[in-house]
Design a protein around this ligand. Sequence first.
Ligand code: GN1
Ligand code: MG
Length: 335
Amino acid sequence: MKHIITQFIKEESVQSNEVFGAGHIHDTYKVETTEGNFILQRINTTIFKDVLGVMQNIEQVASHLQQQGDYPMEILSPCYSKEDKSYYQDSDDSYWRMFPFIENTKVYVTIEQPEQAYPIAYAFGTFIGALSDLSSEKLAITLPDFHNGLYRLGQLKNAIPNATPSRLQLAKESLDFILQEEAVFKEVAVLKLPTRIVHNDTKADNILLDKEHLQAKCVIDLDTVMPGTLLSDFGDMVRTCTNSEVEDSDNFSAITMQRPIYEALETGFLDALQDSINPEERSALYLGAKWIILEQAVRFLADFLNNDSYYKTHYPMHNLVRTKNQIMLYRSLIR
Ligand code: GN1
Ligand code: MG
């Protein structure tokens, strides 16, 4: 790995590297050097085929936020290689990138108090608001139909004929539930909402919080920043912040959608976006939560039927457990 790190950092400065974080997509490492610490990532090119598009999007977003002058958080900006690129293509065709490590931060994977949720929603709202004057044509669509519920449902249905009989049997109950609720995706598809540049992966742990003051310090994971709607960003926050259990938990009976946290998310998001959110967006926020939780169940279940080709899994039933977890959360939300 040293020859990769030294594309970005002088060899004599490099001290150590170790596996880092809990992402489902890339391989992530923390690199310690005498010039400070860094995050190194091997980009998953099976999923992100247009690496250049992804990195150009991140560069554009970073420079747009920098130009604002009064953006209130730190900005995630990539490091540049010896070749002055924001990524490095190795001889085996792997792609790598580095970011400065943002120190003295923590993330929440589950949230217990509304006071913990508010800054997360306020931060994502601020981020979206700050990008409202960046023209969406400037960004590459690196993952087409990323949050297109009907398309995701189609992927799930397409996975059925190719699934092994045993996986199909195990999936049956979840599949039936999803098909019973599929109208949610049609409801979303007919909404006429403005297209905005949004984050598209607003998991609680994509906000780095100041370790001491617990204020949001940086919005991270900009891979999916693309045109979309506000609703999916609100929905993904509800999905990850209100769940009393982590997404990987099989303690299904303990899963509840914590309503005070939902309310804090709504308040934080609206406080940050008050000048720009329109009444149609505002009144559809709850539908956004239903949409994204159900869509995530669809995505995990499709991957289970496809023998786990997309998400990193740690045991054979992992994607099925995640699916059931999301369904429990969805049930609690609509209750
Ligand atoms: C993936 O970046 P990461 O691992 O946090 C996925 C999200 C899912 C999430 C589920 C590019 O996010 O869309 O919501 O897993 N990212 C991509 O936890 O598919
Ligand atoms: Mg992500």
